[in-house]
Structures are given as C-alpha cells and as structure tokens.
Design a binder for this molecule. Sequence first.
Ligand code: ZN
Length: 531
Amino acid sequence: MSNKKIEIFDSTLRDGAQGEDISFSLEDKIKLALALDKIGVTYIEAGNPGSNPKDMEFFKRIKEVKLSNSRLVAFGSTRKANIKAEEDKNLKSLIGADTETVAIFGKAWDFQVEEILKTSLEENINMIFDTIKFAKEKNKEVVFDAEHFFDGYKANKEYAIKAIKTAKKAGADVIVLCDTNGGTLPKEIKEISKKVVEELGGRIGIHCHNDIGLAVANSLAAVEEGVIHIQGTFIGFGERCGNANLSSIIPTLQLKMGYRVVEEEKLSRLTKTARFISEISNLKLTDNMPYVGESAFAHKGGMHIDAVTKSTKSYEHINPELIGNDRRFLISEVSGRSTILKEIQKIFPNIERDSEEVTKVTNRLKELEYEGYKFEGAEGTVELLIRKTIGKYKPFFQLNHFKTIVEQPFSNKDFTSTAIVNITVDNENKIAASQGDGPVNALDKALREALESFYPKLKEVRLVDYKVRVLDSKSATGSKVRVLIESTDGRENWTTVGVSKDVIEASWTALVDSLEYKLIKDMEKNLKAYF
Ligand SMILES: [Zn+2]
C-alpha cells in the first residue's frame, strides 16, 4: 500500500469525442467539464483549438465558469516539418487557448515518422524539441504524449527513448507513454514502463487504448512500475474500442491499491458522474460496467440474495456506497418472500414478513409474471404495484380514451403518427393531440401534454431507452410483447414495464407507470420537506 498521489488526466472531451456516435455541442462540453471538475480529476483535456473552431470557442467560454479542482488542458501536435515553431498556425492556436497546461503529441515510432509523417527521423526529433521549448517559453506546463511509444519501443528502442529524452530536455513536465493502437500486453507495458521510469525519472504517464480489452489492466501495470499520471476517458469511450476507463481506474487505485486519487468524499460522486456523462453523450452506460453500472451490485436468485442479506461481502467486492452506487435485489420468479418484503419495506417500513400485505403483493407479482411480466430491472413498476396492491395509492389521472393514427404513405417524414389522449384530473377534462415519430412517440407526447398543465414537473422526464421483446415467438404477430421503458429526470433513472398482445397498449402501460412513478417520487419529497 502506498499513499502516493496519482494524477488523473481525463480526455473524454478530446480522445473520447473520437468515439463513434459521439458528438458534443459546446454546451455539452461545458457541462462535462464542470462534472469532471466536481469529482476532481487532476486534468481535463478539452480539445484541439488548432484543428477545431468549436474547441477554440469552448476555451473562450469556459473562462466564464471557474473550475475549482481541475486544470484545463488544450491539445495539439508538434510543429509541422521544416518550419519554425513560432510560424506554426496550430501551435499558435494551442498557446492562444490560454490554458495553464498544454498536451503536445509527437511521434515516437520510427515507422510512423518515415512512412506516415514522411519526414526524416532527425527532423521529427527537432520538431519535438522546438515545439516543447516554444510552449515552455510561453510559461506552459507541458504534457508530452509520446504517440505509439510502445510499438515504437519494440521496433526501435533507441529512437523511442531518444524521442522522450528530447522532450524532457526541452522541458516537458510530464512524459506520457502511449499505447495508441491498444494492442500491447500488460507484461510488455510493465517492462517498458519500468525501463523508462528508471532511465528518465520525473513524472511519467500512461495512455492506453482498449483494443484487446486490457486498457485498465495496462494502466494499473504501469502504475506499479512508478508511473504517476494516467490518461483515459471517464466511462471508457473513444476511438475504436475506446480508452482506459477512468471510472474503473480511479476506485481501483484508491480503494484497492492505496493510492490517493480524488478526495474521499468526492469518490462517492463516481457513479453519478459516470451516469451524467453517459447521459450527455447519449450513450447508454452498459449495465455490467464495473463499479458504476446498474447491475454492478445487483443480486438475483434466492441463495445469492439470502447470502448478501447475511453479509454483503459474500457477493460484493466493495461497499457500493463508497462510489455512490446502490445495492439492488432483483425481483424475479426465483426470488422469495424476503426479497419482496425488502421492496415493500422500502416504501412501508413497518410492514412485517408474515403480514397479509406481503402475501397480497407476492400473489399479484406471480399473477403478472404468469401473464408475461418480468420485473427484473423494472423497479418503477414494482414500486407502483406495491402501492396499488397495498391500497395506499390514488391515481393521478383517469384515462377516458386514447387513439393513435399511423399514416402510410407518410405525408410528413418526421411525424408518421398522430395520437389523441383524453384524460380527467380532479373532475377536469383535458384532451391533447400530438404528432410523433411512430405511434408510441406520438402517444408519449400527447399524454405529457395533457398532464403537464396539471403536473408541470413532468417536463423534466425524458425517455432514455425503449425495448420491445416478443414473448411467444411461435404465434408471430399474434403473440404477446413486453415493453420496457427507461426514463430519467436528470437525477434518477427508472424502468417500467408493460405487457400486452398489442404493442401500443403495452407501451401505454409502461409510459403511464413511468410518469406516475415520477409524480409519486416528487410528492414524497414534498411531503418529507413539509414534515
Ligand atoms: Zn488516444
């Protein structure tokens, strides 16, 4: 155990933005930078002002919002071949971004220099030296990313070492060894990092890509050899198979290896931060993502649940509270009375194991399971069902009827469907109509519109995910479907489920549950605040 400080260099906004399906607006980038600052990563690499005008704009805007924990970093390359550093336009933009720290990448693999960059090995060394010297003269802290370092080292060790020694001589503050193609093995990372730490000393960093699924392991292997600076993206996305996942690296270093990474109370923001980043990036966080995923501490099956109830360490490697995640017991056919009791007691703490209420809820769940419902992961619906079954539940509205119309051929490409919803709230009748991309989308919009005048808080709710599963595939279109809807209000996510022979009806059930769940939660919060 070491109490050494490790620097975390987050590149979600730069390398992460290279990931397929990722596109950040300026506003997104500001929000992401603020979230990363709150959890307290050491560095936030925010973009390449030379190659991207949107990034330049970001550096202007971010000055208006003060970061309190992290240092902002602008990213750029070594100067072009055969010109002076001060004549290089991109380098000027890099300095012009006005950050205390800059990250400069340069080539460390002879093959890349000669075959891709098409310049001489000597000129590449000069490019590294001049660029870093130029940045140091402008009083920048310089992080030098030695691109393809490990591949370069394996191909031509002398040249790779010469590249980083040159960077150091020019004044680079941190030398980062990059596994740019992501194919290096932990054993090689260890050996090579060890040699570099011995030969260069000072602050050495690591930048791993995940092409063989080992970016986290590789980063940790480097730390064991004295590397003190880790680059990655917060939830691991990035080009191809992504970058080293910082949401795995940070808690592992801090909770299992004894390093200081972020302040203890900030570590409990880990799950929240990861989910916020996935939200903004419009990428669903995979449920099985280590530490921060929905299933990371979810237990299913009577025996496991029983064991965890006796002692959490029986099936948990850490206490989920440390990183702000929750323990979940999944309701399913295999789960017994004690699991259901636990769910009931979350809402009604005084209800006891042998009470009639537990039997009622258990029977209701069994009935619905028989009809094709599945409650794993659908906590929203389970909670509503408990409230409805135990009888302490007043509906927020009454449906009079709804109607959906699907047009074919489409008169409007964006809106293929129309829905009309007629409801009553406290004796007041309300009709709303809306167009949508498909009947479920139209229905969702119409229902919200009808409800929002009574319950304005529903404006916060957004659909995150919509899944349809056919239950009995033998009878094809005549069979039942199960619809799962995941919703969020930006603070919490919840999932609701509906089952029917009609996909619209199943969706309607899940939609209504989703909105009612939100209303109940808000009502509870208000009551708590009141008492
Ligand atoms: Zn990279």
